[in-house]
Design a protein around this ligand. Structure first.
Ligand code: ADP
Ligand code: ASP
Ligand code: MG
Length: 405
């Protein structure tokens, strides 16, 4: 008998019929003798609808209240899933994140899990129940509801699997595994049988939303074996696991794109010690994650400094940047939000040269201008115009021989 955590995403529980389908799948696994914890997301579209509803009330809703609101999406889904299991004679109990013992810090809308006390879940499992836990949510030690950032149900599932010492975490979604590129954008994308934690972490943080990046970080840290599979079809899916020999043979494992990008430039910044520290100190203190940074060669005593951030943080960043600009005597602040980042990922890049050159050539052949570049051991990213993102992904996927067959 194994303990398995199964996570079903928004599309998988998208309507009543689909919830019944999930219940049937869960029940089959249970009947094979396994203990099953199910993590569900809100039904597809619900989280987005709640966000747009809040924005109709006020353009700047308090983040604490956003969490109270957004957590209702998953609460609805756990109750319906438990009912569907009852209806086919399978004992099941639904738990909110708080009831499942998930404790987070107090950073509303992007809280981090601090610890999980799985006592109640174990008790319910031992009594023969399927336990259904609301994804994406937790509570602070003081009892305030928090959420874990978009896509956060993946993190709930993987963190619960670690806390419960589960044998396996299965992520059921609307594709049958992790592909060499988003199969909905690149028609020739190929399913990977396995992918290393490290590559999956890069793919996820660079835009492949099939797994939330923080969930992959967690899986790697605690060595949780994760399998990504389809809710709607049979198949072995993709195993996310420790790197092995075969993986190094492949130079590029996948390409991915991210539209969630914006660029802020300080124009005419005094080129002297302490300026970058002042700028990025203030941006960091506002909980805005800076990605790429470029400082130009100075002209006279002035320089330009650009950086990229998540697009959602742009209003907050612009306000802050204007205040900092006054403070440090910069001439102006320029903003560009129609940008995207395309990236190549592969552990084989460590031992192969020429990947960057081929990437730049490919983009140039497509007439795509590169605004910023960044590299690490196992990835290369370029910032380009947003409208060129999909053609860039298709061209890169082909140029690096990732297609089927
Ligand atoms: P869920 O609602 O189940 O959490 P998501 O929409 O968050 O599902 O993630 C699944 C989606 O991720 C797929 O429909 C696909 O479009 C997208 N995706 C992006 N990159 C990849 C990739 N490399 N492999 C598989 N799917 C990907
Ligand atoms: N419902 C949340 C979202 O849409 C969490 C999730 O689906 O993982 O982001
Ligand atoms: Mg998701």
């Amino acid at each position: 008998m194994a303990l398995i955590v199964q996570k079903y995403g928004g599309t998988s529980v998208g309507d009543a019929e689909r919830i019944k389908n999930v219940a049937r799948r869960v029940s089959e696994s249970r009947k094979q003798g396994h203990q099953i914890v199910v993590v569900v997301s809100a039904m597809s579209g619900v989280t987005d609808e709640l966000i747009s509803l809040a924005k109709k009330i006020t353009s700047d809703p308090p983040e604490r209240e956003m969490d109270v609101l957004l957590a209702t999406g998953e609460q609805m889904a756990i109750a319906l899933t438990a009912m569907a299991l009852h209806a086919i004679g399978m004992p099941a109990v639904s738990l909110t994140g708080a009831q499942a013992g998930i404790v987070t810090d107090g950073v509303h809308t992007k809280a981090k899990i601090k610890n999980i006390t799985p006592k109640e879940t174990h008790r319910l499992l031992d009594a023969g129940n399927v336990v259904i836990v609301a994804g994406f949510q937790g509570q602070t030690p003081g009892g305030h509801i928090t959420t874990l950032g978009r896509g956060g149900s993946d993190l709930t599932a993987i963190a619960l699997a670690a806390a419960l010492k589960a044998d396996l975490c299965q992520i059921y979604t609307d594709v049958d595994g992790v592909y060499t590129a988003d199969p909905n954008v690149v028609p020739g994308a190929r399913r990977l049988n396995k992918v290393s934690y490290e590559e999956m972490l890069e793919l996820a943080s660079l835009g492949a939303k099939v797994l939330q990046s923080r969930s992959v970080e967690f899986a790697a840290k605690y060595g949780v074996p994760v399998v990504v599979k389809s809710t709607f079809a049979e198949g072995s899916g993709t195993l996310v696991t420790k790197e092995d020999r075969d993986m190094e043979q492949v130079v590029v494992s996948g390409v991915t794109g991210d539209r969630n990008q914006a660029k802020v430039t300080f124009v005419g910044v005094p080129d002297k010690p302490g300026i970058a520290a002042r700028i990025f100190g203030a941006i960091g203190a506002a909980n805005i994650l800076v990605d790429m940074i470029i400082q130009n060669v100075s002209q006279g005593d002035l320089t330009d400094l650009s950086f990229t951030i998540p697009r959602a943080d742009l209003p907050k960043a612009v306000d802050l940047a204007n205040r900092i600009a006054k403070d440090i005597g910069a001439k102006s602040v320029e903003v560009k939000d129609q940008i995207a980042k395309v990236s190549l990922v592969g552990v084989g890049m460590r031992s192969h040269s020429g990947v960057a050159a081929r990437m730049f050539e490919t983009l140039s052949r497509e007439g795509i201008n590169i605004m910023m570049i960044s590299t690490s051991e196992i990835k290369i990213s370029c910032v380009i115009e947003e409208k060129s993102m999909d053609p860039a992904l298709r061209a890169l996927h082909k140029a690096f021989g990732l297609e089927k067959g």
